[in-house]
Design a protein around this ligand. Structure first.
Ligand code: NAD
Length: 266
């Protein structure tokens, strides 16, 4: 993967930052993204942990111009995109009776519309398809770009409190199945989704205000998870993304890969 270029939306912390680190360790050049100037320092701190070339781009994916700004910055610096990871997202939790239409609209605007806009903006800049020839063809390894969407196990296994969030991820899930048919013949790419169950990011932890609440949730998660551990780490998700981004994953397309220790299954 050395020398490839990855754009990762929402990579100033959490899962996006872990994906950047995992891909960079494999030699990939990284385009980081954060939405507001106040998050520049946080994002640049992630950049400083990378071992390959990187830039950090301020672009709000809820803005109509945000996706194009991110893609343009990537192309100006590196010329093309090999790996596109649509990761930026918010995770509102709470029952319907505590919700309102702004919660629904804001979540849909970033998680679904933002991902749609990003993939759309990136298409003309994906690495051109190289027809398989010679030994690479014989070994079944060819080039081509990778689109990887960070969805959520909530899209197929939603829990109470995840109404708006699950809807945004289920819409992505529907687009995954369409794009995985529509895009590869024209763009030589694959399109896959990683679908994590709970991931122990700071944002996830902040949903549970008191230690007591947190202990109850940990107990529930532990009971529901067949493998040891209560939840995934950001690095567990990053590993799955890197696997899908590999050239040798060229024949994996349209997959929904759960990272939940078996607490949810696609
Ligand atoms: P996080 O809050 O730690 O990180 C989110 C990132 O998105 C940050 O870098 C933030 O700056 C960025 N972001 C926020 N609004 C943005 C905008 N308008 N434009 C561009 N970037 C923006 O969250 P996380 O837990 O790392 O979640 C990342 C992805 O993983 C999300 O799509 C989320 O739905 C998904 N996910 C998370 C969990 C979990 O338990 N944490 C589980 C399943 C799926």
């Amino acid at each position: 993967m050395s020398g490839k270029v990855a754009v990762i939306s929402g990579s100033s912390r959490g899962i996006g930052a872990a994906i950047a680190q995992e891909l960079s360790q494999r030699g990939v050049r990284i385009v980081l993204n954060f939405p507001t100037p106040s998050q520049r320092d946080e994002c640049e701190a992630v950049g400083k942990t990378l071992s390959t070339e990187w830039i950090a781009v301020c672009a709000d994916l809820t803005d109509d111009a945000g996706a194009a700004q991110l893609v343009q910055a990537a192309v100006s610096r590196f010329g093309h995109i090999d790996i596109l990871v649509s990761n930026a997202g918010i995770v509102p939790l709470g029952p319907l009776w505590e919700s309102n239409l702004d919660v629904f609209d804001n979540t849909m605007r970033l998680n679904t519309r933002g991902a749609y806009a990003l993939v759309l903006a990136a298409l003309p800049h994906l690495t051109p398809y190289t027809p398989p020839t010679g030994p690479r063809h014989q070994s079944g390894v060819i080039g081509g770009s990778r689109i990887i969407i960070v969805g959520s196990a909530a899209s197929r296994n939603a829990r109470a409190g995840q109404g708006a969030y699950a809807a945004t991820k289920e819409a992505l899930d529907a687009m995954l199945r369409v794009w995985a048919r529509e895009l590869p013949p024209r763009y030589g790419c694959t399109v896959n989704m990683v679908a994590p169950g709970p991931v122990l990011t700071q944002t996830f932890r902040e949903h549970f205000a008191t230690q007591e609440e947190w202990e109850v949730v940990q107990g529930l998660m532990s009971k529901e998870t067949p493998v040891e551990g209560i939840a995934a780490s950001p690095e567990d998700v990053a590993w799955a993304v890197a696997f899908l981004a590999e050239e040798r994953s060229r024949f994996i397309n349209g997959e929904y890969l759960c990272i939940s220790g078996g607490s949810t299954m696609g």
